[in-house]
Design a protein around this ligand. Structure first.
Ligand SMILES: NC(=O)c1ccc[n+]([C@@H]2O[C@H](COP(=O)([O-])OP(=O)(O)OC[C@H]3O[C@@H](n4cnc5c(N)ncnc54)[C@H](OP(=O)(O)O)[C@@H]3O)[C@@H](O)[C@H]2O)c1
Length: 331
Protein backbone atom coordinates (compact mmCIF):
# COMPACT_ATOMS: atom_id res chain seq x y z
CA UNK A 1 0.00 0.00 0.00
CA UNK A 2 1.38 3.39 -0.92
CA UNK A 3 -0.89 6.17 0.26
CA UNK A 4 -2.98 5.53 3.36
CA UNK A 5 -6.37 7.21 2.90
CA UNK A 6 -7.90 8.67 6.06
CA UNK A 7 -11.48 9.56 6.92
CA UNK A 8 -12.52 11.62 9.95
CA UNK A 9 -15.74 10.77 11.82
CA UNK A 10 -17.32 13.79 13.56
CA UNK A 11 -16.68 17.48 12.98
CA UNK A 12 -16.24 18.77 16.53
CA UNK A 13 -13.41 20.58 18.30
CA UNK A 14 -10.68 17.95 18.07
CA UNK A 15 -11.51 17.02 14.47
CA UNK A 16 -10.90 20.66 13.50
CA UNK A 17 -7.81 20.72 15.74
CA UNK A 18 -6.05 17.78 14.10
CA UNK A 19 -7.00 18.22 10.43
CA UNK A 20 -4.04 20.48 9.59
CA UNK A 21 -1.54 17.90 10.88
CA UNK A 22 -2.13 15.39 8.08
CA UNK A 23 0.02 17.55 5.78
CA UNK A 24 3.05 16.59 7.91
CA UNK A 25 2.49 12.83 7.64
CA UNK A 26 4.39 11.04 4.87
CA UNK A 27 2.16 8.61 2.99
CA UNK A 28 -1.09 9.88 4.50
CA UNK A 29 -3.93 11.59 2.69
CA UNK A 30 -6.95 13.09 4.44
CA UNK A 31 -9.53 11.89 1.92
CA UNK A 32 -12.94 12.33 3.55
CA UNK A 33 -14.91 13.60 6.51
CA UNK A 34 -18.27 12.39 7.81
CA UNK A 35 -20.82 14.22 9.91
CA UNK A 36 -24.37 13.44 10.98
CA UNK A 37 -25.19 16.69 9.18
CA UNK A 38 -24.19 17.05 5.53
CA UNK A 39 -23.72 20.83 5.72
CA UNK A 40 -21.28 20.44 8.65
CA UNK A 41 -19.27 17.85 6.71
CA UNK A 42 -19.24 20.16 3.69
CA UNK A 43 -18.13 23.17 5.75
CA UNK A 44 -15.36 21.09 7.37
CA UNK A 45 -14.19 19.80 3.98
CA UNK A 46 -14.10 23.30 2.52
CA UNK A 47 -12.22 24.72 5.51
CA UNK A 48 -9.56 22.00 5.59
CA UNK A 49 -9.38 21.15 1.89
CA UNK A 50 -10.73 17.61 2.31
CA UNK A 51 -11.79 16.13 -1.05
CA UNK A 52 -15.02 14.40 0.05
CA UNK A 53 -17.76 15.14 2.59
CA UNK A 54 -20.33 12.60 3.78
CA UNK A 55 -23.62 13.47 5.47
CA UNK A 56 -23.71 10.11 7.26
CA UNK A 57 -21.09 8.13 9.16
CA UNK A 58 -22.28 4.82 7.63
CA UNK A 59 -21.78 6.08 4.08
CA UNK A 60 -18.13 6.90 4.71
CA UNK A 61 -17.50 3.73 6.73
CA UNK A 62 -18.67 1.72 3.71
CA UNK A 63 -16.64 3.67 1.13
CA UNK A 64 -14.10 1.55 -0.76
CA UNK A 65 -11.40 4.18 -0.89
CA UNK A 66 -10.91 4.80 2.84
CA UNK A 67 -8.25 2.73 4.66
CA UNK A 68 -8.49 4.13 8.18
CA UNK A 69 -10.94 6.22 10.17
CA UNK A 70 -10.12 8.62 12.96
CA UNK A 71 -13.05 8.59 15.39
CA UNK A 72 -13.57 12.02 16.96
CA UNK A 73 -17.03 11.69 18.50
CA UNK A 74 -17.79 11.85 22.28
CA UNK A 75 -16.55 8.74 24.17
CA UNK A 76 -19.89 6.82 24.28
CA UNK A 77 -20.15 7.17 20.48
CA UNK A 78 -16.72 5.55 19.88
CA UNK A 79 -17.62 1.88 20.27
CA UNK A 80 -20.31 1.46 17.64
CA UNK A 81 -18.54 3.65 15.09
CA UNK A 82 -15.35 1.61 15.60
CA UNK A 83 -17.20 -1.71 15.37
CA UNK A 84 -18.90 -0.63 12.17
CA UNK A 85 -15.60 0.59 10.68
CA UNK A 86 -13.89 -2.68 11.56
CA UNK A 87 -16.78 -4.72 10.12
CA UNK A 88 -16.20 -2.77 6.89
CA UNK A 89 -12.49 -3.67 6.94
CA UNK A 90 -11.28 -0.22 7.98
CA UNK A 91 -8.47 0.39 10.44
CA UNK A 92 -9.41 2.60 13.39
CA UNK A 93 -7.72 5.32 15.41
CA UNK A 94 -10.09 5.96 18.31
CA UNK A 95 -9.90 9.16 20.35
CA UNK A 96 -9.28 8.95 24.09
CA UNK A 97 -10.98 7.79 26.22
CA UNK A 98 -11.12 4.70 23.96
CA UNK A 99 -14.73 4.01 25.01
CA UNK A 100 -17.12 4.89 27.84
CA UNK A 101 -16.80 1.39 29.35
CA UNK A 102 -14.22 -1.37 29.68
CA UNK A 103 -16.64 -3.78 28.06
CA UNK A 104 -16.94 -1.49 25.02
CA UNK A 105 -13.15 -1.37 24.75
CA UNK A 106 -12.95 -5.17 24.90
CA UNK A 107 -15.52 -5.43 22.09
CA UNK A 108 -13.45 -3.19 19.81
CA UNK A 109 -10.22 -5.05 20.57
CA UNK A 110 -11.89 -8.43 19.97
CA UNK A 111 -13.41 -7.28 16.67
CA UNK A 112 -10.13 -5.77 15.44
CA UNK A 113 -8.22 -8.95 16.27
CA UNK A 114 -10.80 -11.26 14.71
CA UNK A 115 -10.87 -9.19 11.54
CA UNK A 116 -7.10 -8.64 11.40
CA UNK A 117 -7.63 -4.89 11.31
CA UNK A 118 -5.31 -2.24 12.79
CA UNK A 119 -6.68 -0.49 15.89
CA UNK A 120 -5.18 2.05 18.28
CA UNK A 121 -6.22 4.57 20.91
CA UNK A 122 -5.35 8.13 19.88
CA UNK A 123 -3.11 8.75 22.89
CA UNK A 124 -0.98 11.36 21.13
CA UNK A 125 1.20 11.98 24.21
CA UNK A 126 3.00 8.64 23.78
CA UNK A 127 4.19 9.65 20.30
CA UNK A 128 5.54 13.11 21.05
CA UNK A 129 9.31 13.32 20.45
CA UNK A 130 10.20 14.46 23.96
CA UNK A 131 8.13 11.69 25.55
CA UNK A 132 9.99 9.20 23.34
CA UNK A 133 13.21 10.81 24.68
CA UNK A 134 12.00 10.31 28.27
CA UNK A 135 11.43 6.62 27.52
CA UNK A 136 15.00 6.36 26.20
CA UNK A 137 16.44 8.13 29.24
CA UNK A 138 14.65 5.59 31.43
CA UNK A 139 15.71 2.64 29.23
CA UNK A 140 19.37 3.73 29.50
CA UNK A 141 19.04 3.56 33.29
CA UNK A 142 19.85 7.27 33.74
CA UNK A 143 17.38 7.66 36.62
CA UNK A 144 17.73 4.09 37.89
CA UNK A 145 14.60 2.02 38.41
CA UNK A 146 11.35 3.95 38.09
CA UNK A 147 9.51 3.72 41.41
CA UNK A 148 6.85 6.41 41.15
CA UNK A 149 4.94 8.68 38.78
CA UNK A 150 3.40 11.83 40.19
CA UNK A 151 1.40 14.45 38.37
CA UNK A 152 -1.75 16.42 37.73
CA UNK A 153 -3.92 17.48 34.88
CA UNK A 154 -6.19 20.26 36.06
CA UNK A 155 -7.89 21.99 33.10
CA UNK A 156 -10.47 24.51 34.25
CA UNK A 157 -13.78 24.48 32.39
CA UNK A 158 -16.91 26.46 33.23
CA UNK A 159 -19.69 24.04 34.17
CA UNK A 160 -22.19 23.78 31.30
CA UNK A 161 -24.56 20.87 31.96
CA UNK A 162 -25.21 20.12 28.26
CA UNK A 163 -21.56 20.10 27.16
CA UNK A 164 -20.00 16.67 26.58
CA UNK A 165 -17.46 17.30 29.37
CA UNK A 166 -20.25 17.46 31.96
CA UNK A 167 -23.25 15.56 30.54
CA UNK A 168 -23.58 12.02 31.85
CA UNK A 169 -25.03 10.67 28.57
CA UNK A 170 -22.03 12.07 26.65
CA UNK A 171 -19.50 10.38 28.94
CA UNK A 172 -18.78 13.56 30.90
CA UNK A 173 -16.44 13.91 33.86
CA UNK A 174 -12.76 14.41 34.56
CA UNK A 175 -11.89 10.72 34.96
CA UNK A 176 -12.61 9.74 31.36
CA UNK A 177 -11.46 13.00 29.78
CA UNK A 178 -8.36 13.87 31.86
CA UNK A 179 -7.79 10.81 34.03
CA UNK A 180 -7.08 8.88 30.87
CA UNK A 181 -3.94 11.01 30.33
CA UNK A 182 -2.45 10.64 33.80
CA UNK A 183 -3.29 6.93 34.12
CA UNK A 184 -1.98 6.24 30.62
CA UNK A 185 1.27 8.04 31.45
CA UNK A 186 1.73 6.14 34.71
CA UNK A 187 0.97 2.83 32.96
CA UNK A 188 3.52 3.61 30.24
CA UNK A 189 6.33 4.01 32.79
CA UNK A 190 5.27 1.64 35.61
CA UNK A 191 3.18 -1.01 33.86
CA UNK A 192 -0.02 -2.68 34.94
CA UNK A 193 -1.89 -1.90 38.11
CA UNK A 194 -2.84 -4.14 41.03
CA UNK A 195 -4.85 -1.70 43.13
CA UNK A 196 -6.68 1.58 42.57
CA UNK A 197 -7.81 4.14 45.15
CA UNK A 198 -9.85 7.04 43.86
CA UNK A 199 -11.57 9.90 45.64
CA UNK A 200 -13.72 12.36 43.73
CA UNK A 201 -15.72 15.58 43.78
CA UNK A 202 -18.97 15.51 41.79
CA UNK A 203 -20.97 18.01 39.73
CA UNK A 204 -24.76 18.28 40.12
CA UNK A 205 -24.99 16.38 36.79
CA UNK A 206 -23.66 13.31 38.61
CA UNK A 207 -20.27 13.17 36.88
CA UNK A 208 -16.93 13.85 38.54
CA UNK A 209 -15.43 17.34 38.52
CA UNK A 210 -12.13 16.15 40.05
CA UNK A 211 -10.39 12.97 41.12
CA UNK A 212 -7.33 11.96 43.10
CA UNK A 213 -6.06 8.59 41.91
CA UNK A 214 -3.49 6.45 43.73
CA UNK A 215 -2.22 3.36 41.96
CA UNK A 216 -0.12 0.44 43.15
CA UNK A 217 1.52 -1.15 40.12
CA UNK A 218 2.21 -4.87 39.88
CA UNK A 219 5.94 -4.22 39.56
CA UNK A 220 5.99 -2.34 42.90
CA UNK A 221 5.69 1.25 41.59
CA UNK A 222 3.29 3.77 43.09
CA UNK A 223 1.51 6.56 41.22
CA UNK A 224 -0.08 9.64 42.68
CA UNK A 225 -2.28 11.45 40.17
CA UNK A 226 -4.86 14.26 40.26
CA UNK A 227 -7.23 15.61 37.62
CA UNK A 228 -10.02 18.15 37.55
CA UNK A 229 -12.15 20.59 35.57
CA UNK A 230 -12.94 22.75 38.60
CA UNK A 231 -9.53 24.28 39.18
CA UNK A 232 -6.52 25.65 37.34
CA UNK A 233 -3.41 23.50 37.70
CA UNK A 234 0.06 23.26 36.22
CA UNK A 235 -0.23 19.91 34.40
CA UNK A 236 3.13 18.71 35.73
CA UNK A 237 4.43 15.18 35.71
CA UNK A 238 7.49 13.67 37.40
CA UNK A 239 8.97 10.23 36.78
CA UNK A 240 10.81 9.28 39.95
CA UNK A 241 13.67 6.79 39.90
CA UNK A 242 16.19 5.28 42.31
CA UNK A 243 18.99 7.50 40.88
CA UNK A 244 17.11 10.67 39.92
CA UNK A 245 13.96 11.98 38.30
CA UNK A 246 12.57 13.36 35.07
CA UNK A 247 10.41 16.46 35.19
CA UNK A 248 8.06 16.58 32.21
CA UNK A 249 7.52 20.28 31.75
CA UNK A 250 3.90 21.48 31.67
CA UNK A 251 1.69 20.70 30.15
CA UNK A 252 2.80 17.12 30.37
CA UNK A 253 0.23 15.72 27.94
CA UNK A 254 1.80 17.69 25.08
CA UNK A 255 5.28 18.65 26.30
CA UNK A 256 8.24 19.91 24.34
CA UNK A 257 10.79 19.79 27.19
CA UNK A 258 11.95 17.43 29.92
CA UNK A 259 14.55 18.03 32.62
CA UNK A 260 16.63 15.15 33.92
CA UNK A 261 17.82 15.44 37.49
CA UNK A 262 20.45 13.02 38.76
CA UNK A 263 22.31 12.94 42.06
CA UNK A 264 25.46 15.03 41.90
CA UNK A 265 25.01 16.06 38.25
CA UNK A 266 23.73 19.36 36.87
CA UNK A 267 20.17 19.02 35.51
CA UNK A 268 20.05 18.22 31.80
CA UNK A 269 17.34 19.64 29.56
CA UNK A 270 16.08 17.89 26.45
CA UNK A 271 13.91 19.93 24.12
CA UNK A 272 12.06 18.56 21.09
CA UNK A 273 9.27 20.46 19.43
CA UNK A 274 6.36 18.47 18.04
CA UNK A 275 5.58 18.73 14.35
CA UNK A 276 2.39 20.65 13.58
CA UNK A 277 0.08 20.73 16.57
CA UNK A 278 1.52 17.45 17.86
CA UNK A 279 -1.05 15.07 16.39
CA UNK A 280 1.09 14.32 13.32
CA UNK A 281 3.19 11.86 15.32
CA UNK A 282 0.31 9.52 16.16
CA UNK A 283 -0.99 9.81 12.59
CA UNK A 284 2.50 8.96 11.29
CA UNK A 285 2.63 5.88 13.52
CA UNK A 286 -0.75 4.62 12.32
CA UNK A 287 0.06 5.37 8.68
CA UNK A 288 3.39 3.54 8.85
CA UNK A 289 1.96 0.52 10.73
CA UNK A 290 -0.86 0.15 8.22
CA UNK A 291 1.57 0.39 5.28
CA UNK A 292 3.67 -2.34 6.88
CA UNK A 293 0.63 -4.58 7.46
CA UNK A 294 0.69 -4.41 11.26
CA UNK A 295 -2.48 -4.56 13.35
CA UNK A 296 -1.18 -2.78 16.47
CA UNK A 297 1.32 -0.18 17.56
CA UNK A 298 4.02 -1.37 19.97
CA UNK A 299 4.07 2.16 21.44
CA UNK A 300 0.34 2.24 22.24
CA UNK A 301 -0.68 -1.45 22.27
CA UNK A 302 -4.28 -2.50 22.77
CA UNK A 303 -3.44 -4.36 25.99
CA UNK A 304 -2.28 -1.05 27.49
CA UNK A 305 -5.52 0.62 26.40
CA UNK A 306 -7.52 -2.17 28.06
CA UNK A 307 -5.48 -1.83 31.25
CA UNK A 308 -6.03 1.95 31.34
CA UNK A 309 -9.76 1.46 30.75
CA UNK A 310 -9.84 -1.09 33.57
CA UNK A 311 -8.27 1.44 35.95
CA UNK A 312 -10.61 4.25 34.82
CA UNK A 313 -13.63 2.01 35.29
CA UNK A 314 -12.45 1.13 38.79
CA UNK A 315 -12.17 4.88 39.56
CA UNK A 316 -15.68 5.46 38.24
CA UNK A 317 -17.06 2.54 40.25
CA UNK A 318 -15.52 3.98 43.42
CA UNK A 319 -17.18 7.32 42.58
CA UNK A 320 -20.54 5.59 42.06
CA UNK A 321 -20.64 6.58 38.36
CA UNK A 322 -21.69 4.16 35.64
CA UNK A 323 -21.23 5.22 32.02
CA UNK A 324 -22.67 3.45 28.98
CA UNK A 325 -21.58 3.10 25.36
CA UNK A 326 -24.35 4.48 23.13
CA UNK A 327 -26.28 2.12 20.87
CA UNK A 328 -25.97 3.69 17.41
CA UNK A 329 -27.79 2.78 14.23
CA UNK A 330 -25.16 3.00 11.53
CA UNK A 331 -26.75 1.83 8.31
N1 LIG B 1 -6.38 14.25 21.78
C1 LIG B 1 -6.83 15.41 22.18
O1 LIG B 1 -6.08 16.35 22.37
C2 LIG B 1 -8.31 15.60 22.38
C3 LIG B 1 -8.79 16.88 22.62
C4 LIG B 1 -10.16 17.05 22.72
C5 LIG B 1 -11.00 15.97 22.63
N2 LIG B 1 -10.50 14.71 22.44
C6 LIG B 1 -11.40 13.55 22.36
O2 LIG B 1 -12.09 13.61 21.12
C7 LIG B 1 -13.45 13.23 21.30
C8 LIG B 1 -14.34 14.37 20.83
O3 LIG B 1 -14.10 15.52 21.62
P1 LIG B 1 -14.46 17.00 21.10
O4 LIG B 1 -13.98 17.91 22.14
O5 LIG B 1 -14.00 17.19 19.70
O6 LIG B 1 -16.07 16.93 21.15
P2 LIG B 1 -17.09 17.86 20.39
O7 LIG B 1 -16.51 19.17 20.07
O8 LIG B 1 -18.35 17.81 21.18
O9 LIG B 1 -17.33 17.10 19.01
C9 LIG B 1 -17.78 15.80 18.95
C10 LIG B 1 -18.39 15.53 17.58
O10 LIG B 1 -18.89 14.20 17.60
C11 LIG B 1 -20.04 14.11 16.79
N3 LIG B 1 -21.11 13.43 17.55
C12 LIG B 1 -21.61 12.19 17.31
N4 LIG B 1 -22.57 11.86 18.17
C13 LIG B 1 -22.71 12.92 18.99
C14 LIG B 1 -23.60 13.18 20.06
N5 LIG B 1 -24.51 12.30 20.48
N6 LIG B 1 -23.48 14.36 20.67
C15 LIG B 1 -22.57 15.27 20.30
N7 LIG B 1 -21.73 15.08 19.26
C16 LIG B 1 -21.79 13.92 18.61
C17 LIG B 1 -20.41 15.52 16.35
O11 LIG B 1 -19.99 15.66 15.01
P3 LIG B 1 -21.06 15.67 13.80
O12 LIG B 1 -22.19 16.54 14.29
O13 LIG B 1 -20.29 16.25 12.71
O14 LIG B 1 -21.51 14.27 13.55
C18 LIG B 1 -19.58 16.41 17.24
O15 LIG B 1 -19.19 17.60 16.60
C19 LIG B 1 -13.61 12.87 22.78
O16 LIG B 1 -13.51 11.48 22.94
C20 LIG B 1 -12.45 13.58 23.43
O17 LIG B 1 -11.97 12.97 24.60
C21 LIG B 1 -9.17 14.53 22.30
Amino acid sequence: MNTVRWGIVGTGAIAHGVAGDFQFVPGAELTAVASRTRSKAQAFATKHGVPRAYGSYAEMLQADDIDVVYIATPHPQHRDVALSAIANGKAVLVEKAFTATLDGARQIVKAARENGVFAMEAMWTRFLPVVAAAREVVAWGRIGDVVSVQGDLYAYREFQPEHRLFAKELGGGAILDLGVYVVNFAQAFLGDVKSVDCITRLYPSGVDSAANISLAHTGGGLSSLAVGFDGHGPGRMAIIGTKGWIEVEPRFHHPSMITIHRNGVLPRIIEAMPTGRGYSHEFAEVTQRIREGHTESPTMPLEDTLEVMRVLESCLRQAGIKHCDAELTLV
